[in-house]
Design a protein around this ligand. Structure first.
Ligand SMILES: [Fe+2]
Length: 239
């Protein structure tokens, strides 16, 4: 086991990044205050593999009608959840959410004109196994425009949430796809100053995990902390 690895604060974007418009109103204007945690924050939740439904990690089918499946390129997204020393983190709840193949979310305030897919809900969950591994089946999401600059588009991405041992230990990040030319154009990605931190959010194509005649695969390992930790959007809120 290695020793304590302090957080590299240059790794994370500064909270106020005017090119990412909503960061202007979201960024804290005052120094953070420290509050004592409550018992419920420290003792819950306790997730077990028994909470999972059979299709919870299969977004191709978990909202689809019987015999139907979601539209779009079928992919597997898999990887490992690791601590700062490269050790696996087992029994962690990982939740994902994403737009459909046309770039549209199933959300009541979604305004993009791309159509909903009646067989795609856009969210799923799983729990890491003893080796820290996780795996989802889904469709590759489409890029979508968003009201930031005059013509800003999000690259294809999947949102990830990782729960730790307590409610306050929740970290949120986004995964991008290898080879997507829109990644470096994204104003949210551009809030990350270190190219190595961006690269760690880009999942490489993994043909070894692809299923012939079924699905391509992408590998996304998540490192919880340490010098090479995954960039988390909400690190300031996490414990
Ligand atoms: Fe998104």
């Amino acid at each position: 086991m290695s020793g304590y690895i302090p957080r590299d604060r240059a790794w994370h974007p500064v909270p106020l990044s005017p090119e990412y418009k909503t960061s202007v109103t979201r960024a804290p204007r005052f120094a953070p205050l420290a509050f004592d945690t409550t018992l419920s924050e420290e003792t819950g939740p306790a997730f077990g593999h028994d909470i999972l439904g059979e299709r919870d990690n299969d977004l191709i089918h978990n909202f689809a009608a019987s015999g139907e499946s979601a539209l779009g390129p079928r992919i597997i997204v898999h990887g490992r959840l690791l601590d700062q020393s490269g050790r696996p983190v087992p029994d962690a709840l990982i939740e994902v959410w994403q737009a459909n193949a046309g770039g549209r979310y199933r959300h009541k305030t979604e305004g993009y004109l791309a159509p909903l897919d009646p067989n795609f809900g856009g969210c799923g969950r799983t729990i890491t196994d003893a080796e820290g591994r996780y795996r989802f089946r889904t469709i590759r999401p489409g890029p979508y425009p968003w009201p930031n600059g005059p013509n800003d588009w999000r690259p294809a991405h999947i949102h990830f949430s990782v729960f730790g041992r307590a409610f306050a230990q929740r970290l949120i990040t986004q995964m991008y796809f290898e080879g997507d030319p829109m990644v470096p154009l994204c104003p949210i990605v551009r809030t990350i100053s270190d190219p190595a931190a961006v690269a760690q959010l880009v999942a490489p194509l993994d043909m070894d995990a692809a299923v012939p005649m079924d699905a391509l695969a992408y590998r996304f390992d998540i490192v919880l902390r340490g010098g090479r930790q995954t960039l988390f959007e909400n690190r300031a809120e996490g414990m």
